[in-house]
Each structure stands twice: as C-alpha cells, then as structure tokens.
Design a binder for this molecule. Structure first.
Ligand SMILES: Nc1ncnc2c1ncn2[C@@H]1O[C@H](COP(=O)(O)OP(=O)(O)OP(=O)(O)O)[C@@H](O)[C@H]1O
Ligand SMILES: [Mg+2]
Length: 327
C-alpha cells in the first residue's frame, strides 16, 4: 500500500491550559475525501491548520504527502491547496481576477484563471476589488485560490459556509470533479448533507477528540436505531398503544404536534403494522416516509451529551454564571 496522503498521529495542541486537540490520530489515503465534522470549537480548524503548517503540534506528529508541513513547507506549497476559514482577508486591495492570476503565477501548471473564475461564478465581478465582494463571493474566490495551482491535496475549511444554495451545488460539483481527478480532499463542514453527499470518510470531533469515524453509510447504519418512519397525523395519538402493536422494539415519539417519529430497524412487517394500526383508527398517515438515520441524527446523538451537560450546569449554576453561559 502507498503511504497515506495525510497522517495525523497522537496530535495534541493546547491554548493555555485548554486542549483544543487532544491526542487525535487519523490517516487518509490518496485520492479520498475526508469530511471533518464537529461542534463549534471541536478542534477541526486547529487540526487542519496544523496539517497546513500554520501551527506547530505540542505533541504528536503530522505528515502531509509524506513530508513535514513546517520543515518541508517549500516543497509542499505547490502541491497543496488551502482554503482558510477566515477567507481572503489579507489581500483586500487587489481585484478578484488579479489575485487569482497572481496565485496562478506561482504554480507550475495552473488552471486557466478566467475559466476558473467562470466556473465558480465570479466572471461578472472579476474586476471588483476583493474587499467589495460579498461574503459568498469572497468564499468562492477563496475556493478558486485554493484550486488554481492544480494541487494534489486540498484543505477546505468550511468551503460552502455563506454560499447561496446554487453556489453550494456548484462547489459540490467542483469538489466531485477534484475527487474524480484523483485529488485528495480534507474538508470541514457544518452541513451534514454536504458530508453525506461528498465524503468517503467522515470523522466527528467533539471537544478535541474523535467521537466517531467511518464512511457515511457505516455511521448511519450503526447503533440500535437503524431506521426511522415519520408521518403527519392529528395530534395526540396514543403512542403506547401504537408501540404495543408493533413488532420488535420500536420507539414512537410525537416530535411536534401531529409529527410522529418511529425509530426501529425498519422491516416490511413494521411498516405494515404502522399503517394497519392507523387504518384501524381511521387515521390517515400523511407524508409517510421510511428512511435510514441521517448523518444529522448521528451527529446530534454523538454530540448531545455536551448539550445535556450544559443544560444540567445551567440548572445548578448561580445566576451570574447562568447569565454568562446564556450569552
Ligand atoms: N489562537 C488561539 N488562541 C486561543 N484559543 C484558540 C486559538 N485558536 C483556537 N482556539 C480555541 O481552540 C478550540 C478549537 O478551535 P477550532 O478553531 O479548532 O475549532 P473548530 O472545530 O474549527 O470550530 P468551528 O466549527 O467553530 O470553526 C476553541 O475552543 C477555540 O476557542
Ligand atoms: Mg473552524
């Protein structure tokens, strides 16, 4: 097997006494796409910026294309594309096209800057100073800057944050194109549909640690609650009666008035039992949907302890810290 494109081993990075990344290890084979997910402050950007050579590990190590991101930064620069979470802030006086051409000039075999501007939907604002671009336009430019040098590996920190739905789709296409050209991609995102759509591998981080890892389908298949049935019906259905009528171990919840969720391994028998139960009560189950758990369900359940702990802390906290926590 060839060496991984990125290898993070026992990485630790602290700010003061706080461990932003706490002994994290993972590796990514060349040509694959990894989505790093996690709550705000989980340590995604810190991990990525260490891989980019912008931060030095306190302990552990990072290898990128077999090299050290800090010691070998010169060798890596032309091979690695970087899209920072902060965007293109440092270059605000230049115009969009100028900046892209400047970056293209550093590369040995750059993409055509005009073509790329067109591709990310910035042709119309090519002559606009970067600081005047809208938030989503700056984001697209930032993506174009990461890609113009035809890198072998790209790090995209929240590439589609702030983009409108159409721009997000275009970006997904571009990223898929990169994948099919054999480029290795590491991205972070808070859009779980994005991870589900694009990623080969997913890592979920929480408070500096990895809490889950696998392909999107492995993650959504795991656990006891493999599937879900949802439907809309009049509010207040007797759920314990429904559960008693269902085969196996199913859970039923009214998630909002008239919105029902049944969580269980979904079988044809289960579905038939639900609709039979409804028919006996002359209840029309509208919008009936049978599906597997989404990555969002998994994410929420993996990161929910923190939220519960915060809620518990708030209940016992004195009023002043409660106000602080609520801000
Ligand atoms: N330069 C710094 N000085 C002090 N603390 C920092 C610094 N950079 C990051 N942190 C802290 O480290 C933790 C991890 O931050 P990081 O930016 O890696 O999170 P993230 O997972 O990228 O979050 P988000 O989803 O909000 O972008 C946070 O608690 C953050 O406040
Ligand atoms: Mg971040």
């Amino acid at each position: 097997m060839s060496a991984p494109a990125v290898e993070v081993r026992q990485l630790v990075k602290s700010y003061g006494s706080r461990r932003a990344v706490d002994e994290v290890s993972w590796s990514l084979a060349a040509g694959r796409l990894l989505a790093l997910l996690g709550t705000n402050g989980a340590g995604k950007t810190t991990t990525i910026e260490t891989c980019e050579g912008f931060r030095r590990p306190d302990a552990g190590s990072v290898r990128v294309l077999g090299l050290d991101p800090i010691a070998d930064s010169r060798a890596l620069r032309p091979r690695v594309g970087v899209m920072l979470q902060d965007g293109v802030g440092g270059y605000t006086a230049a115009r969009a096209a100028e900046l892209l051409e400047l970056f293209a000039g550093y590369a040995r075999h750059p993409l055509d800057a005009r073509w790329l501007l067109e591709r990310v939907g910035l042709a119309e604002v090519a002559r606009t100073p970067v600081k005047r671009l809208s938030g989503g336009e700056q984001q697209r430019l930032s993506l174009a800057l990461a890609l113009v040098g035809r890198p072998e590996l790209v790090f995209l920190d929240e590439p589609t944050t702030g983009m409108d739905p159409r721009a997000r789709r275009t970006t997904w296409e571009l990223i898929r194109q990169l994948r099919s050209d054999g480029v290795t991609v590491v991205l972070t995102t808070h859009y779980l549909d994005e991870a589900e759509e694009l990623a080969d591998d997913v890592i979920v981080m929480n408070a500096g640690r990895i809490v889950a890892q696998g392909s999107p389908s492995e993650l959504t298949r795991g656990g006891t609650a493999e599937g879900r049935i949802t439907f809309t019906a009049p509010p207040g259905l007797p759920l314990s009666d429904l559960v008693a009528a269902l085969p196996g171990t199913a859970r039923a919840q009214e998630t909002a008035p008239g919105q029902y969720l049944i969580t269980a391994p979904v079988t044809p028998d289960l579905l038939a039992a639900v609709t039979t139960w409804c028919a006996r009560r002359n209840v029309l189950a509208e919008g009936l949907n049978v599906g597997r758990r989404s990555l969002e369900d998994v994410f929420l359940s993996l990161t929910s302890t923190t939220t519960d702990e915060v809620a518990a802390d708030l209940e016992t906290a004195p009023a002043t810290s409660r106000r602080r926590a609520a801000r």
